[in-house]
Design a protein around this ligand. Structure first.
Ligand SMILES: NC(=O)c1ccc[n+]([C@@H]2O[C@H](COP(=O)([O-])OP(=O)(O)OC[C@H]3O[C@@H](n4cnc5c(N)ncnc54)[C@H](OP(=O)(O)O)[C@@H]3O)[C@@H](O)[C@H]2O)c1
Length: 314
């Protein structure tokens, strides 16, 4: 465990100057063109976020995850979504470090997200958890730091948000957001906050569309990050998905990712399997017809696959 860093000490750390990215000539040849254009979504703070991320929930803190993160970066991903709770921040950090060294790619080209776990809510505790995550990742800043889920304690939740606002001012995180916030959590936060969350990361896929919450987020310029976009793999054999996939010459996973991205969501498919990591990244090079979108839109609204842990009432 890295030593906790107090907010006073953190405040004395110089805000990292961001230089324009330049690629050092490492002689490395990426299996996929690493300068190829990638889709990004603009956040309400002006930052851009790559639309597809590799999710690493349930990925171990070891070689398998390092290999998956490197496979993703080689395949063109520029966004990794981790969390303190996933207990694999060190493996993700090691993979990033190796890949930066191998390719000569500057840190600024990869968007790194992690999350504050429930046990660490509160002003000082949030700052210590953030510094701990930075140490595990071996990074100076995160591109996005999220409150993983709303604490039942509203006061503590707001203290955590204040800490995120401070961390953003200090340059330790570029963008700040929330996850698993329902409408009332957002209302409470917006009444107190100086900074509107850039994202709300929630379960969204064609079988769980949560349209009211999505519209509320949109009204406030809060981008939806769609987690469990493949419904944890449970719906990939659904005959309606399979039919649309066959019709388009795509895989069922590509259909689910494309549907979500077409709605403007940031999409976070998880895989530890190299060929799936690659094919999931190739989900944006086609447009679903209005007929296909309508069929997917009609699939459902509240069929959660992630259980009740993070289900907000609204
Ligand atoms: N904020 C939150 O509370 C929260 C909650 C849940 C998830 N998330 C984030 O969202 C990410 C994704 O969600 P998730 O992990 O719940 O589920 P998911 O991405 O919907 O599904 C992952 C499952 O699908 C399989 N899979 C991936 N690509 C596939 C393909 N092309 N064909 C067939 N199967 C495929 C994976 O297997 P293999 O790995 O074996 O390939 C894994 O079993 C997480 O990793 C995490 O970053 C956040």
């Amino acid at each position: 465990m890295a030593p906790a860093v107090s907010i006073e000490r953190a405040a004395t750390l110089a805000i990292k100057k961001v230089n324009k990215p330049t690629r050092k000539d490492s002689g490395y040849q990426s299996p996929s063109p690493i300068d190829s254009p990638r889709l990004t979504v603009k956040l309400n703070d002006g930052n851009e976020i790559p639309q597809i991320a590799l999710g690493v929930y349930k990925a171990p803190n070891g070689q398998e995850t390092e290999d998956a993160v490197i496979a993703a970066l080689d395949a063109g991903y520029r966004h990794i979504d981790s969390a303190a709770r996933y207990a694999n921040e060190e493996a993700c950090g090691r993979a990033l470090k190796k890949w930066f060294e191998k390719t000569g790619t500057p840190r600024e080209e990869v968007f790194v997200t992690t999350k504050l776990w429930d046990a660490d809510h509160g002003y000082e505790a949030t700052f210590n958890a953030l510094c701990d995550s930075l140490a595990k990742f071996q990074l100076d800043y995160f591109d996005l730091y999220l409150i993983h889920s709303p604490s039942d304690d509203k006061e503590k939740r707001h203290e955590s948000w204040r800490a995120l606002e401070t961390a953003q001012k200090l340059g330790k995180v570029r963008s700040i957001g929330v996850s698993n916030f329902g409408a009332s959590h957002l209302d409470d936060l917006l009444a107190e906050a100086n900074v509107v969350p850039a994202v709300n990361q929630i379960e969204v896929h064609p079988f769980c569309q949560r349209q009211d919450l999505v519209e509320k987020c949109q009204q406030h310029g809060i981008v939806i990050e769609a987690y469990s976009p493949l419904a944890r793999g449970n719906k990939l054999e659904d005959p309606r998905i399979v039919r649309i996939a066959e019709k388009n010459g795509k895989t069922p996973a590509q259909i689910l990712i494309n549907w979500s991205a077409a709605r403007g969501n940031v999409v976070l498919p998880k895989s530890l399997t190299a060929h799936r990591i690659k094919s999931n990244m190739e989900s944006l090079d086609f447009t679903l017809s209005a007929e296909d979108m309508a069929e997917l839109d009609a699939l459902g609204s509240e069929n959660y696959v992630t259980g009740s842990l993070h289900r907000s009432k609204d």
